[in-house]
Ligand binder design. Sequence first.
Ligand SMILES: Cc1cc2nc3c(=O)[nH]c(=O)nc-3n(C[C@H](O)[C@H](O)[C@H](O)COP(=O)(O)OP(=O)(O)OC[C@H]3O[C@@H](n4cnc5c(N)ncnc54)[C@H](O)[C@@H]3O)c2cc1C
Length: 397
Amino acid sequence: MDKKIFITSGDHDLTENIIHLVIARASDSPSGTKGISLFLVPKFIVNEDGSIGQRNGVSTGSIESKMGIKGSATCVLNFDNAIGYMIGPKNKGLNSMFTMMNLERIVVGIQGLGISETAYQNSLAYAKERKQGKSNNSKSGDGADFIIDHADIRKSLLNMKSIIEGERALCFWLSQQTEVSLYHKDEKIRKDASDIVSLMTPVVKSFFSDMGMEITSDAMQIFGGYGYTKDQGIEQLYRDNRITPIYEGTNSIQAIDLVFRKLINKNGNIIDKYISLIKKETHINEEKIKPFVEKLNKNLEILVSFTNWIKEKMENSKDDVSAACNDYLKVLGLVAISHSWIKVLEVSFIDYEKNKQFYEEKIQTANFFFNRVLPRVESYYLTATSGSKYIMDFKFN
Ligand SMILES: Cc1cc2nc3c(=O)[nH]c(=O)nc-3n(C[C@H](O)[C@H](O)[C@H](O)COP(=O)(O)OP(=O)(O)OC[C@H]3O[C@@H](n4cnc5c(N)ncnc54)[C@H](O)[C@@H]3O)c2cc1C
């Protein structure tokens, strides 16, 4: 009997049948990854006429006890003489699995984004109704002020909002790139778009899910004691998001994939192409956007230096690269979000008169992002490029 742990929705009674996609080896296949095929293993065998037949040899051993996502049954599945149907070409199972996993990785990033948005909306509502302490510009006489009047709470809310809206803009742009990669009539354009999506897949997965942790933690802080207790439900968002940096390949594995496999591939130097694209798309002759572009350019230069450092260390010091890969991913994420914010700003300034309140809010939020969030880039760069000597030489007792 074979066993597979941690299977999301491995069993339930929401549908009349369940199909499991399982990678396994056909009896005459070569050893190693070259002999892996993809099989479809149903819970119930389907009869010739399409009706549900007898139970297949796949059963639930147990259900994992988890800190969050309690609405999703995570199962240990036992496979005992189960019938599987090969799908896709024989011995090419890993390719098929990665097609699915790449989509899943983007979806997990978006899961982090969705949880972040829920945390933000709840925090904003709470900050507008909870009164505590005196703000610096208080007009409330002897009484307390709403906590939204405190600069520190406002900073926290804007941190959430500016990251979430930037991430969302990046997602829309990437969705467009995905469409181009699938349907554009020019093969070269299709390939270029596909490379960008591939480069950004680990970034979306990791950056969005990591930011989801920062945002749900800040949300809990805004709720104070009621954030930690179960009364307001905010702690659930923190627990639910905690899986996103872990499943579909941990965020460290994503960062390793980014630096060792995605920067340069068989189609060339993808990261350099992406940096050139950002430069081209942000070369804008609009006075009001220039201060934002200047800040982006300063951080783009850091990204270029960081990329060169990674490429050099790749030749002779892989530990330096491994110790820097998470920081590199964050730098790329922050630059990518700034690129998206520039696109939002372009529309905001052009269409400003059509909806002043909406676009003014976008411009103010971008101001926060470029002044308060983007400068993290420099810190990631400086710490990462200090290398790995102090990390690898340390003796843990
Ligand atoms: C709730 C839940 C649902 C899940 N659903 C599914 C599912 O439906 N299908 C499925 O197939 N799987 C599923 N998983 C499994 C999940 O994808 C894995 O748990 C996850 O990829 C991490 O693998 P691991 O647990 O073996 O951790 P490990 O690989 O043991 O990692 C432990 C730590 O070591 C680090 N690490 C490992 N290798 C390296 C390296 N080379 N360099 C640097 N650091 C490294 C990791 O980043 C991590 O911090 C689920 C897991 C959970 C908890």
